[in-house]
Design a protein around this ligand. Structure first.
Ligand code: SP5
Ligand code: ZN
Length: 345
């Protein structure tokens, strides 16, 4: 397996405000730089293959997926927010409810609340740059698999991406790394399926491909009826128009364990096999591991290894894109367990 890793991701760190005065103790940001450093070190220690920096595929693959107004906000937002009376970490205070108002204002705070759907994606000085390189990490992994250089490539992305849709971002995500890689692969003539196994529903990925049949999207996640992102990820969301029956959600109850999880994973993989993709992108959220502070499933290391082994059975080229996973003391072991299963070790 080849792992792609952009070393300078720590320049984006909203968690630096976790202990700050004036946040009323309400501000807790668990998407920390240590997450992917721990995973990288564990991948290295387990000798799972080379770890290399991403190449630069430019802005085009990003512009093919995301709205220009949103990209502009992410690029210039920090500079403009610094000129307001707001104090960092910069988050919106009012959110556009787009079914209620369709207007796009010019005020920087107005734009922020237009393009963000929650407070969990603050704009920092280096957010744009680090999110850009997170995308390049995913596209680099896709390109390596497309070239046939390896059967499995791992994009150790940070920040994650699966909550970001065409013109909305949130949930620690700014640009949808997995969706951009999938769309890029489609443009190279590939038939792509995405299997999202993050604890949270990949609402951004679902939304981007909701009207499309050229990317199959399957997501297994905590039931949004009582878990973030609340408004998407229900089992009756099958896609629309050309995309109808190319989106499948598998919500699970809190506390779900290995038996139920693997049975559900097989249902998702049945959809994938019927689709007959050339490449499968796995949105890997290690927040499915037991004890994750953002999670609620009870999956042990052996379960993660089994999940990897089931995905291996697809016998297809795999691009693994890192999403969530926040329990720092076990993150390395979780990742290695998953990849030992995926790589048949
Ligand atoms: C990529 C990903 O996993 N995003 C998850 C975003 C979920 N954010 C919800 C934040 C809720 C507040 N977190 C505090 C943890 C208390 N247990
Ligand atoms: Zn998650």
């Amino acid at each position: 397996m080849h792992t792609f890793y952009y070393a300078d991701h720590s320049r984006h760190n909203p968690g630096q405000f976790n202990q700050a005065e004036g946040t009323g103790g309400r501000y807790l940001y668990l998407e920390l730089p240590e997450r992917v450093k721990i995973i990288r070190d564990a991948i290295r220690a387990a000798h799972l293959g080379p770890i290399i920096p991403p190449g630069d595929f430019g802005i085009e693959p990003i512009g093919e997926v995301h709205d220009y107004g949103m990209l502009n906000l992410l690029q210039s937002g920090y500079r403009l927010l610094r000129e307001t009376p707001q104090s960092p970490p910069y988050t919106p205070d009012t959110f556009s409810v787009r079914t209620y108002s369709k207007h796009t204002p010019r005020s920087i705070l107005g734009l922020f609340g237009y393009y963000a759907f929650d407070i969990y994606a603050p704009i920092m000085e280096h957010t744009w740059n680090v999110a850009y390189w997170s995308v390049q990490t995913a596209v680099s992994a896709a390109a390596l698999v497309l070239a046939g250089s390896d059967k499995v490539a791992y994009a150790l992305c940070r920040p994650p991406g699966h909550h970001a849709s065409v013109s909305l971002f949130g949930g620690y995500c700014y640009l949808n790394n997995a969706a951009i890689a999938a769309n890029w692969l489609v443009q190279q003539g590939q038939r792509v399926a995405i299997v999202d196994i993050d604890y949270h529903h990949g609402n951004g990925t679902q939304s981007i491909f909701y009207n499309r049949s050229d990317v199959l999207v399957c997501s297994i996640h905590a039931d949004p009826f009582n878990e973030y992102p609340y408004y998407w990820g229900y089992a009756d969301e099958y896609g629309e128009g050309t995309g109808q029956n190319y989106n499948f959600n598998f919500p699970l109850p809190q506390g779900a364990q290995e038996t139920l999880y693997l049975r559900t994973l097989e249902q998702a993989l049945t959809k994938v096999r019927l689709y007959v993709p050339d490449v499968v992108i796995i949105s890997l959220g290690l927040d499915i591991a037991e004890g994750d502070p953002e999670g609620g499933f009870r999956l042990k290391n052996e379960s993660l290894q089994m999940i990897g082994a089931h995905l291996r059975q697809l016998n297809l080229p795999l691009v693994v894109v890192q999403e969530g996973g926040y329990r720092l003391d076990t993150l390395g072991d979780s990742a290695v367990s998953f990849f030992q299963g995926l790589l048949g070790r």
